[in-house]
Design a protein around this ligand. Structure first.
Ligand SMILES: *[C@@H]1O[C@H](CO)[C@@H](O)[C@H](O)[C@H]1NC(C)=O
Ligand SMILES: *[C@@H]1O[C@H](CO)[C@@H](O)[C@H](O)[C@H]1NC(C)=O
Ligand SMILES: *[C@@H]1O[C@H](CO)[C@@H](O)[C@H](O)[C@H]1NC(C)=O
Ligand SMILES: *[C@@H]1O[C@H](CO)[C@@H](O)[C@H](O)[C@H]1NC(C)=O
Ligand SMILES: *[C@@H]1O[C@H](CO)[C@@H](O)[C@H](O)[C@H]1NC(C)=O
Ligand SMILES: *[C@@H]1O[C@H](CO)[C@@H](O)[C@H](O)[C@H]1NC(C)=O
Ligand SMILES: *[C@@H]1O[C@H](CO)[C@@H](O)[C@H](O)[C@H]1NC(C)=O
Ligand SMILES: *[C@@H]1O[C@H](CO)[C@@H](O)[C@H](O)[C@H]1NC(C)=O
Ligand SMILES: *[C@@H]1O[C@H](CO)[C@@H](O)[C@H](O)[C@H]1NC(C)=O
Length: 404
């Protein structure tokens, strides 16, 4: 270290330790809600020789729109707040050079340029004329900002999210002084539990969830609410999510048969999916035998119907296959032409077989019983009438079996 450097260092230390002067740090601009409070963050410095005058009994004063103590004084920390123009309190400790001040019930006529003055014991009396705070009443509070994070990374400009990704919507708002303090709330169609954190002059609320197709085109709105004495003031921001997802085939997709087989298939996906029909594993195209028509239901929905004129064997399978850039989905259809007829046939066969069995049993029973009776009769009446015994059951109208 040479002499020049030593001198520079010495001067630097001298300036820092022994050459303190009057100085103040104030925010240049402060906004206040009409009728609400104002916090002025304030720190001041005094010339070193006045340090002994800055005691517990020091007085903090505020001058408005001028530096004349007689004309512009609006607040005196040693005077009861009730009598002064401004209602408030110096919350900082003046002895520690903290002049942070709270003004209550700040109205439009309080708007202006504010200068701080310190009065201590002895000779310490100083108005900081170089720096002042401009305080103004605003009609509406500052708007919050909603920011989208996907997998912890901030997403700018676009709101496209892939289904299954973890999404975090962060609402942050600069806050104005208010009692009670403002709150942040989320409103959106699906309710998602929210985690809230708050810092001193900024409120933050995170909405964390896993993206699903249900959040596609859902608008999430974050609202900051100030509960003031005579009214409620709000400001909001919103974000609309666009979720990309693989196609899903609607469970309502089905087949019907009249004289031809008609099947409907409905797929939903983002980007909008494509749809194909496969008959026994082979893609089907428009032809004289098969007619395919497609209809866009929305920006994500597609409905296709296929009409099959050709005869189908019961081994034929029909499949609806849908895809987009994110995946595939398919559904296999039961073809009513082969399946339902087969079922009807087996049911009918079962019923008929059952009836026949019952009928045969009944006939056998009756015949045996009648045969037994007639046998004794014929024995008495003689062999001549034995030819007629076979037709007796037909003549007997009381026998329930024959009512059918
Ligand atoms: C007063 O303080 C500010 C920042 O605290 C500083 O930039 C400025 O130089 C100081 N002025 C004097 C005269 O010390
Ligand atoms: C503030 O409130 C007072 C009384 O409620 C009203 O007279 C005045 O117009 C309001 N000022 C603004 C800027 O809204
Ligand atoms: C502030 O109030 C105190 C106590 O009422 C009084 O002694 C002092 O003179 C006042 N200061 C000014 C600048 O009016
Ligand atoms: C002013 O603020 C101080 C510190 O927060 C508190 O102790 C005191 O009671 C307040 N005075 C008034 C009049 O509100
Ligand atoms: C929500 O997500 C953000 C950012 O991804 C994270 O910092 C925060 O801790 C999460 N909150 C909860 C409750 O999981
Ligand atoms: C979302 O915010 C914009 C302004 O940023 C507004 O024009 C729009 O109406 C809001 N939409 C909803 C649904 O709140
Ligand atoms: C099949 O042909 C009809 C009429 O020719 C047409 O309306 C329909 O869009 C076609 N379907 C497909 C999938 O190309
Ligand atoms: C869907 O599948 C068909 C046939 O496999 C293919 O030609 C087409 O490019 C696919 N579409 C998309 C969007 O992946
Ligand atoms: C869709 O299916 C085709 C063929 O079956 C396959 O090659 C492709 O990887 C699938 N795409 C996705 C995104 O799953």
């Amino acid at each position: 270290m040479d002499t020049a450097e030593k001198i520079i260092l010495f001067c630097f230390l001298l300036q820092g330790v022994c050459c303190r002067d009057f100085n103040i740090t104030l925010p240049q601009k402060i906004e206040a809600l009409n009728g609400s409070c104002v916090i002025i963050k304030c720190r001041f410095e005094i010339r070193e020789i006045f340090d002994k005058d800055l005691t517990e009994r020091a007085t903090g004063l505020w001058l408005k729109d001028g530096i004349n103590v007689n004309n512009n004084l609006v607040f005196n920390s040693s005077t009861s707040s009730q009598k002064s123009f401004m209602k408030g309190n110096i919350t900082g400790k003046l002895k520690d050079k903290d002049c942070t001040t709270v003004f209550h019930d700040f109205r439009s006529d309080h708007s202006g340029q504010y200068y701080f003055r310190i009065e201590g014991e002895g000779e310490l009396k100083w108005t900081y004329t170089e720096t002042s705070a401009s305080i103004h009443v605003v009609d509406s509070p500052p708007r919050p900002t909603v920011q989208l994070y996907v997998e912890q990374k901030e997403v700018q400009d676009q709101e496209e999210v892939l289904e299954g990704r973890s999404v975090s919507l962060r609402c942050s708002a600069e806050t104005l002084c208010s009692s009670p303090p403002p709150t942040l709330t989320w409103s959106s169609t699906p309710r998602i539990p929210l985690s809230e954190s708050s810092r001193l002059e900024e409120l933050i609320s995170d909405l964390n969830f896993t993206a699903t197709h249900r959040q596609h085109r859902v608008t999430f709105t974050c609202t900051i609410t100030y509960q003031l004495q005579d009214e409620t003031k709000t400001a909001q921001d919103n974000i609309t999510l666009h979720v990309q997802y693989a196609p899903k085939i609607s469970p309502s997709s089905s087949c019907t048969r009249t004289d031809v087989t008609v099947c409907f298939c409905e797929a939903d996906g983002n980007p909008s999916p494509e749809l194909e029909w496969h008959l026994s594993g082979r893609p089907v195209t428009n032809s004289s035998n098969t007619f395919i028509s497609e209809e866009r239901l929305s920006s994500t929905g597609l409905r296709s119907s296929i009409t099959l004129h050709q005869s189908l064997t019961h081994t034929s399978t029909l499949q609806c296959v849908s895809n987009n850039t994110h995946g595939n989905a398919s559904q296999l259809f039961q073809l009513p032409s082969s399946v339902a007829r087969l079922n009807l046939f087996s049911v009918m066969t079962g019923v008929v077989v059952g009836l026949v069995v019952v009928l045969l049993c009944a006939i056998t029973c009756i015949c045996v019983r009648k045969e037994d009776g007639k046998l004794s009769q014929t024995k008495q009446e003689g062999a001549k009438r034995s030819d007629q015994t076979k037709v007796v059951p037909q003549k007997n109208k009381d026998d329930s079996v024959y009512v059918m």
